[in-house]
Design a protein around this ligand. Sequence first.
Ligand code: TYD
Length: 208
Amino acid sequence: MSPLFISLEGIDGSGKSTQTQRLVEWLQTQGRDPVRTREPGGSAGAEEIRRLLVEGDPDRWSAETEILLFTAARRDHLERTIRPALAAGRDVVTDRFADSTRVYQGATRGDLRGLVDRIHAAAIDVEPDLTLILDMDPELALSRGLARDSGEDRFEDFGLPFQQKLRAGFRELASEAPERCVLVDASTDPDTISGTLSQIVAERLSRR
Ligand code: TYD
């Protein structure tokens, strides 16, 4: 069985973690052995870097420093979790990957996309086989995100205009890479969304 590397992307509070879990469960029902993971994090070292990134003041780091920290975390995640899983023939389902850096750091605070792309090419240079982008109105997503009050609200704290830029950035990415990215309406109920996601993945698996 050739393994599938899948990422879920979207603005804060778009329901990615629920949908990541459901997709993993659906893959198991298909007789597959998926690994569920997330960014920033997904390996012991990357989880340590995560704390530096998601806690504290919104202006704690410059966007440039953030790019380096997210990329350091991603490199560790790739070496310790993603590559070994794929090499063992297991699907990987990650809650966020490089598209989050392209959008959060590359498109929202100054035009740093060029820097993001150069650092990605030098240190990561891998894309998922399939990226599912959960698309929804930031106002709805933001109310859900802040309601969780997890202490990890540094990016939510940037506010609504920031989330609107993020949504536009993800939609733009979907049109830049239509072979890899699928935009999914995430404003409906969780069952409808998970049904759509498993259909998309089933279709990808049937092509292999
Ligand atoms: P995440 O845990 O996915 O938060 P949420 O569940 O609220 O969506 O990600 C933490 C924050 O880190 C989130 O606000 C998005 C941000 N982020 C970046 O800015 N760049 C990145 O490369 C990644 C992976 C995440």
